[in-house]
Design a protein around this ligand. Structure first.
Ligand SMILES: Nc1nc2c(c(=O)[nH]1)N[C@H]1C(S)=C(S)[C@@H](COP(=O)(O)OP(=O)(O)OC[C@H]3O[C@@H](n4cnc5c(=O)[nH]c(N)nc54)[C@H](O)[C@@H]3O)O[C@H]1N2
Ligand SMILES: Nc1nc2c(c(=O)[nH]1)N[C@H]1C(S)=C(S)[C@@H](COP(=O)(O)OP(=O)(O)OC[C@H]3O[C@@H](n4cnc5c(=O)[nH]c(N)nc54)[C@H](O)[C@@H]3O)O[C@H]1N2
Ligand code: SF4
Ligand SMILES: [Mo]
Length: 767
């Protein structure tokens, strides 16, 4: 195992392996419907009470209200539904944040961190909202109250005492507003480092890298309206029924206009089969809309083989009859098509089909749909990004779109569907570990200081640096770093190694318990809460998955009078670290977010008229959306030769994908059910093909342990019920964060360094 790190405190790094009483049912054949409404309401009422629940939900995703704290799916540009613009999981996200339960200072007097760490993540989360700044002093077992000023002073002093600014690590999770994220990044760079690990590093980093290199922008190119107008939408490696539920309404609209949907996934996710729109009375009687036309049940991480099989077949038709590819577009707008086609011709179709695990007739059905189509959108999420070849997966999707001339047109393009509600905005306004020359120059011009220019550490790099003692202070703007990152025990030791860990958080989570020698929790306002300063209400802004920036104004009374906004917290940390006479007017900026927005518009392009346009919202410039590739080599979009992944599994090995249940938001566990997969009251499950169960002599609900071995190091996660499921042979699925102990820290995607959370090679042992 790893070298032992000195920690005076004994805490449970992972949740206990207790079973909670599993019940299985047949997975439903449709998503949402009345059950969805009922579940949403149950969560909202339990956490908030009826009046608060109703009033708040009606303000979510409305133009004068606040942005849903769930995923990054966009709201309609024009009119919003009077019935409410949210989904079941949006209601759960809100309930989790707007809960009336509280974690007060007394709570911490009562429970030691060791005791709290023996609870499940579900129980920890359900304790409620943090209400007061707290400190865990060196060698102590209980958090104690600390006043804000004292907390800032302690943080500022510790940062100032570091030998080098690069000993500081500054993490961001994607829920922070543009204003908070901008100020945070500005502070970090004024402090002197670019060590800005971000939840993106574990998420869509592969998309950012692949899209920047091929299309010149690390974001998707389509708008919500494009989805409605597409002839074909391909949904690859994404489970929108659970993770982006309102995307189903967009897919429904697309279908109703004659569009076709091709789904590529190792699992036949219920949300992609049929959708009963809770907003449409008719759907209750007609049974809703069948969404997927062709389902390609690919083996885990064999998407390149499948896409190549599709591309190969399309190329054959092009050679025989023509009319498949858009030659004008290819000629005018792209580079390297010959290299790409030359490589494609070296493959054997039957080998590709076999490697993909998909039936030839299903591939043919997808090819038939694609031949005449031009308006093609490819949507994807973690099923493509979290593999060693995550970047190549996405480049292969781009190859298909370029051949069809589908980029930069109405109804066609790329759609990486983002996770956290402002993960894209945080990146846009400066949370990047590799600084951009242009914004650095602008920072110097506008603020009069030279920002740090050396590339900083990403998530994996930061964990390694803390583990090795090269970084000593960890500050997190949101998130739950330990269970979210890979290799849980290693990451935990990395944090425990630090002199100081600081979490700016809304809710209690396990990372608060896996503390550095000293640890501080700074409780902050959630999206749904009113943000007052000296009697004046402030609003923040966010950017959705399709590049639209818009305002968000909380409506609820804050969970405690002691909370501060994220922006105020950052400004105070900056003041305590850099001094009150620093060239940046930190406190003035945090007092009036209009000033922050002014500064953003002076530093980052695309934000002209920010303050004036924030309430209505505006789209940021997007070169791929308008087919402008002038910034790329030769001014052209790039084809890429992508290589096939090679998984040489031994006969007793499986590939495990670590996925989300329907009842969680990343490490926040809303409940213990995964209704769409027919699992109730249990999270410790492994989905397995019945043939594999037979081969390994396993019965339904038997208990197994999962073991991964990389570079001679064995990692283990114990006690999972076997659930027979329609999943390809040799493939397994299980939930994270429970399975993150199996993901090795040093195995990640080439080019993006995203952990291989969707293709972990494991063995199983029957208990
Ligand atoms: N309710 C809810 N909403 C969320 C989240 C949440 O936890 N809960 N998380 C948010 C965040 S941060 C993110 S990033 C997104 C995540 O959204 P998703 O990416 O949809 O989330 P995952 O559960 O990781 O699911 C990945 C999907 O990819 C499939 N898959 C896995 N491996 C492969 C593969 O090799 N090939 C193909 N083709 N498919 C594969 C899985 O079967 C699954 O359907 O959701 C966001 N929204
Ligand atoms: N094995 C495996 N691991 C994964 C993944 C996977 O698919 N498989 N997915 C990865 C992905 S895509 C992501 S994005 C990461 C997520 O990693 P993180 O973003 O670090 O994790 P979350 O669970 O989203 O963070 C939840 C915590 O954020 C805090 N919080 C919530 N709202 C706010 C707010 O408004 N402000 C502040 N300051 N704090 C807030 C709360 O305290 C809550 O406990 O996990 C990654 N880890
Ligand atoms: S789709 Fe995403 S953003 Fe929209 S309401 Fe649901 S969780 Fe919230
Ligand atoms: Mo994510």
């Amino acid at each position: 195992m790893y070298k032992k790190v000195h920690s005076t405190r004994k805490v449970h790094v992972v949740a206990p392996e207790n079973l909670t009483g599993i019940r299985l049912s047949t997975p439903p054949t449709y998503a949402a419907g009345i059950t969805g409404i009922k579940v949403a309401m149950d969560h909202a009422m339990n956490e908030m009470g009826a009046v608060r629940a109703f009033q708040t939900l009606m303000k979510m995703n409305q133009k004068d209200g606040f942005d849903c704290p769930g995923c990054a799916w966009p709201d309609p540009d024009d009119k919003r539904s009077v019935l409410g613009e949210y989904c079941e999981n949006g209601a759960k996200a809100l309930a989790e944040e707007a809960t009336t339960k509280k974690v007060t200072a007394d709570f911490f007097t009562k429970y030691s961190i060791q005791e709290i760490s023996s609870w499940s993540d579900y129980e920890i989360g359900k304790s409620g909202r943090l209400t007061h700044p707290m400190i865990l002093k060196k060698g102590k077992t209980h958090y104690e109250k600390i006043e804000w000023e004292a907390a800032f002073k302690h943080i500022g002093q510790t940062l100032k005492n570091l030998d080098h600014p690069n000993e500081g690590i500054f993490y961001t999770s994607g829920r922070s507003s543009n204003e908070a994220a901008f100020l945070y990044a500005l502070f970090i760079r004024a402090f002197g480092t670019n060590n800005m690990p971000d939840c993106s590093n574990m998420c869509h980093e592969s998309s950012g890298v692949a899209l920047s290199q091929t299309l010149g922008i690390g974001k998707g190119s389509v708008t919500l309206d494009d989805l409605h107008k597409a002839e074909v939408v391909m949904v690859i490696g994404q489970n929108p029924g659970t993770n982006h539920p309102r995307m189903l309404s967009a897919l429904q609209k697309c279908k109703q206009k004659g569009g076709k949907i091709i789904t590529i996934n190792p699992l036949a996710e219920a949300g992609l089969k049929r959708f009963k729109n809770p907003q449409k009375v008719g759907d209750y009687f007609t049974g809703g809309t069948q969404l997927t036309d062709v389902f390609l049940q690919v083996k885990i991480n064999e998407d390149i083989a499948l896409l190549k099989a599709i591309l190969f077949s399309l190329q054959k038709i092009e050679e025989e009859k023509g009319g498949v590819w858009d030659h004008d577009f290819i000629q005018e707008k792209t580079a390297n098509v010959d290299l790409f086609l030359q490589d494609l011709s070296t493959h054997s179709l039957s080998d590709l089909i076999q490697q993909s695990g998909v039936a030839p007739e299903d591939i043919q059905a997808a090819v038939d749909i694609l031949v005449p189509a031009k308006k093609i959108i490819i949507c994807w999420a973690m099923g493509l990004t979290q593999h060693k070849n995550g970047v190549a997966n996405i480049k292969e999707c781009v190859n298909l779109l370029l051949l069809k001339g589908s980029v930069g047109i109405e109804g066609g393009g790329t759609c990486p569907v983002r996770g956290h509600s402002n993960v894209q905005g945080d990146r846009t306004v400066g949370i990047v570990h590799h600084p951009n020359q242009e914004s650095s120059k602008n920072i110097e011009r506008v603020f009069g200081f030279k920002p740090a220019m050396e590339n900083g550490l990403d998530t994996v790099g930061s964990i390694q640096a803390m583990y090795e003692g090269k970084a000593k202070v960890f500050i997190a703007l949101g998130g739950n770093f330990v269970p979210a990152a890979s290799d849980t025990y290693y990451t935990a030791q990395a944090l425990q190694n630090c002199d100081l860990t600081v979490s700016i958080s809304t809710k209690l989570n396990r990372t608060h318990l896996i503390a550095g020698k000293t640890s501080i929790i700074l409780p902050t306002l959630g999206r749904s809460e009113k943000d007052h300063f000296e009697g004046k209400e402030r609003f923040v802004t966010v950017e959705n998955s399709m590049g639209k920036v818009h305002a968000s104004q909380g409506k609820l009374k804050p969970a405690s009078q002691h909370l501060m906004s994220e922006t105020d917290i950052i400004a105070n940390i900056a003041k305590a670290t850099l001094g009150k006479d620093h060239v940046v007017p930190w406190m003035e900026m945090s007092k009036d977010y209009n000033i922050i927005r002014e500064k953003i518009s002076e530093i980052i392009s695309g934000f002209k008229g920010y303050n004036k346009n924030a309430k209505d919202g505006f789209y940021l410039p997007n070169n791929a959306r308008i087919g402008d590739f002038s910034k790329l080599p030769g001014g052209k979009a790039q084809f890429t030769v992508c290589h096939l992944p090679h998984h040489q599994l031994k006969s007793d090995e499986f590939i495990l994908m670590t996925i989300r249940s329907h009842d969680q938001f990343n490490t926040t566990i809303y409940g213990l059910h995964d209704r769409y997969r027919g699992v109730h009251n249990e999270r410790r499950v492994v989905f397995m093909n019945e043939k594999d169960m037979e081969k390994f002599n396993l019965k339904k609900l038997d208990l197994i342990d999962l073991i991964s071995e990389y570079d001679g190091q064995i990692r283990r996660a114990n006690k999972f019920h076997v659930v027979p499921y329609l999943i390809p042979e040799s493939n397994l699925a299980s939930y994270f964060p429970e399975t993150n102990v199996l993901v090795p820290i040093n195995h990640f995607a080439d080019g993006s360094r995203t952990p291989i959370s969707k293709s972990v090679v494991v063995k199983i042992i029957k208990q």
